[in-house]
Design a protein around this ligand. Structure first.
Ligand SMILES: [Zn+2]
Length: 349
């Protein structure tokens, strides 16, 4: 449970059906909205149930916060303050997740950046996609990304799809290269696609600007921070710099959460902190690094999972089909709010 989010002041919920289908907007009194005269539920009647509610309020905005190259063991040591580099742990992660950290394992495609973010943001494995590694890749086929599926489900005008990436080539959308970069066909369909933004502070500042810009729309956003990966490559996984990459990303997670509270949209915004791959132990590489983590304020998550389980979890939260749609096959991943194979069969012994 998200202790920070539950401190949000009482909400004023507006029924906004005349604008963009069904949604809730938290509207401050002096902001311009197209539906200010619509029926409103005042804070008096909303407060009691809000304070008692364990989770967030649908319909949801979604922010996928990507931390590049998070090794599970290092993350957990930092989170639990057992490393001298992390005396305060990762307080924003703790606040977001209530301490529920899930294991994510990579089982298909390379433990590299290109396939990592593609699997996270599509839910397909390397049998369905042509993105196998940072060096063997092609464009994601049309219609496979969570962004396109959300646009298709809600209608282009009814959800803002946002992609902000610190790195460039490995989250690239250049169609003129041979082969074309993975996000070539997806990027033009999004409301906002920006890559090559820079290091953690530049990405964080841009994310805060964009949240303010899109606060009155339902949104599905991916915000990619290039750390701790780059510091791991430069200094090694067991370096203080790698830990600093985690701590700095955590500080920006706190600022994002603070901005959501300021904008009165924290109560309906789900945040998933995810990664593309782990990091080789005590090395400057991630050749064989399948172990990473997930932290979220989505309190319906019940199990550890696979890198490609993130996308179906998000799609299900948004009410978007996981099945075959317009020639695009069903996703390969499984939503994390249910057990993978039904009940657990006990060992005969
Ligand atoms: Zn890397």
């Amino acid at each position: 449970m998200n202790r920070t989010l539950t401190t949000v002041a009482a909400l004023i919920l507006f029924s906004n059906s005349a604008c963009h289908g069904q949604r809730y907007d938290n509207v401050d009194t002096d902001s311009e909205t197209c539906c200010a005269s619509d029926s409103a539920t005042t804070s008096d009647s909303a407060t009691a149930s809000d304070e008692d509610a364990p989770g967030l309020t649908p319909p949801y905005n979604i922010i996928l916060v990507g931390w590049d190259g998070v090794q599970r063991d290092h993350f957990m040591a930092c989170f639990k303050s057992t490393l001298a580099d992390c005396p305060d742990g990762l307080p924003a992660i703790a606040s977001l997740s209530g301490g529920r950290i899930f294991d994510i394992v990579v089982t298909t495609a390379a433990t590299e950046t290109k396939p990592g973010w593609v699997e996270n943001l599509t839910g397909y494995d390397d049998a369905a996609l042509s993105v196998l590694s940072d060096s063997v890749f092609g464009p994601i086929p049309a219609g496979y990304s969570i962004f396109e599926k959300a646009e298709h489900h809600f209608g282009d005008a009814n959800i803002a799809t946002i992609f902000l990436a610190g790195k460039q080539a490995n989250l690239g959308a250049d169609c003129t290269t041979t082969p074309a970069q993975p996000w070539c066909e997806v990027a033009p369909k999004l409301d906002l696609f920006e890559n090559g933004i820079g290091d953690t502070p530049e990405v964080g500042k841009r994310a805060l600007e964009v949240l303010s810009e899109y606060k009155d729309q339902k949104f599905l956003a991916f915000v990619h921070f290039p750390q701790p990966d780059l510091r791991g490559h430069a200094n090694g996984e067991n370096s203080p710099q790698y830990s600093e990459g985690l701590v700095e990303a955590d500080q920006w997670l706190a600022r994002i959460n603070d901005r959501l509270i300021e904008l009165n949209i924290a109560k309906q915004t789900l945040i998933y902190v995810i990664s593309d791959h782990g990091f080789d132990e005590d090395a400057k590489t991630h050749h064989d690094a399948p172990f990473t983590v997930l932290a979220s304020n989505d309190d319906t998550i019940v199990r550890n999972g696979d890198r490609k389980d993130v996308a179906p979890t998000v799609l299900k939260k948004l009410g978007v089909s996981l099945g075959e749609m317009d020639g695009v096959p069903a996703v390969d991943g499984r939503p994390l709010d249910s057990l993978q194979g039904g009940r657990v069969v006990e060992d005969a012994n």
